[in-house]
Structure formats: structure tokens, C-alpha cells
Ligand binder design. Structure first.
Ligand code: T46
Length: 134
């Protein structure tokens, strides 16, 4: 379920540059956004998407991402280095816990914001997840 991706690190004079080439995406990126100014300890998410695909990066700080496929499988990954990305496909209930101050969650998404793509009720999500594999 969990798919960690490795960014290329380029160390140049007095800088490190992190690169994630387009062909590593399983989808065309339609939208990029980031979440910041979240207090340590706050847990966001608590939803799934019906179709949205994303790659999550934490270029600064540390964020724990937990994914639940609604079929009994739950996995967590700590994004605590700019070298790691996490692919998150559809039909995964996700939570993101801010572990360090000033942590930044950068999201590359396959489609524009569509409120109807969200499932925010866990019981509805369980039904959705089960139907996916019928
Ligand atoms: C995700 C995780 C990883 C908008 O009006 N437009 C937008 O483009 C977005 C992204 C959000 N919103 C509204 C919808 C909610 O009322 O802003 C509020 C908070 O959004 P959301 O519940 O999506 O926030 P997070 O931090 O729980 O989730 C975010 C992404 O939005 C979501 O797609 O999978 O990061």
C-alpha cells in the first residue's frame, strides 16, 4: 500500500537541491499546494479520496502519514527528509500528524480540488473500499 519514492539529491556549493523527475509520477500533475503553520501534535486528514492521486513531500520538518485501505491494512511513514516522497492513491483513509514545528506538507495532485471526491465519513469509506474489490 505504502509507496515511498526517493528524490535525487544534488549537493552543490553551499546548497542541496532535491529533484523529483516527471517520469517518476504515475499521473499527470494538475495541481500543487502546501500546508504550513500547523501546530505540533495536530492531526489532519481524516478522509479518503475517491479518485485523487497524490505525492506527498515534507521538505522541512517531520510529518507522520498513516494510510488505511479499509480492508484491515494500516501503514505509517514518517516524512522527515526532503529526499522522501510518498505516493498516495485513491481509496486510502489518511491522517497526517505534525511532529515538528514549521513542518511543511507539499502535495502534488492529479486533479483540481473537487469537494465531491472526498469521503469524510469513516463508515462510508469502509463501504467504498469494500466495493472497490468486489
Ligand atoms: C489530502 C491531504 C494530504 C479548498 O477549499 N481548496 C483546496 O484546494 C483544498 C486542498 C482544501 N480546501 C478546503 C476544504 C476544507 O474545508 O480547505 C479545508 C481543508 O482541506 P482538507 O480537509 O483537504 O485539508 P487536509 O489538510 O486534511 O488535507 C490535505 C489535502 O487537501 C487533501 O487532499 O489528501 O492534505
Amino acid at each position: 500500500m505504502e509507496k515511498l519514492l526517493q528524490l535525487q539529491k544534488i549537493t552543490s556549493e553551499e546548497a542541496r537541491i532535491f529533484v523529483f523527475e516527471g517520469e517518476k509520477f504515475d499521473f499527470d500533475v494538475k495541481r500543487i499546494y502546501f500546508t504550513r503553520d500547523v501546530p505540533v501534535g495536530q492531526i489532519r486528514g481524516h478522509h479518503a479520496h475517491k479518485t485523487l492521486q497524490q505525492v506527498l513531500l515534507c521538505p522541512h520538518g517531520a510529518i507522520r502519514v498513516t494510510l488505511d485501505d479499509g480492508l484491515g491494512n494500516k501503514e505509517s511513514a514518517i516524512l522527515d527528509t526532503p529526499e522522501k516522497g510518498l505516493y498516495v492513491g485513491p481509496a486510502l483513509w489518511r491522517t497526517m500528524e505534525w511532529l515538528k514545528p514549521e513542518s511543511l506538507l507539499l502535495v502534488f495532485a492529479s486533479q483540481n480540488y473537487i469537494a465531491e471526491d472526498y469521503i469524510r465519513d469513516y463508515d462510508l469509506f469502509l463501504g467504498f473500499a469494500r466495493n472497490q474489490f468486489k
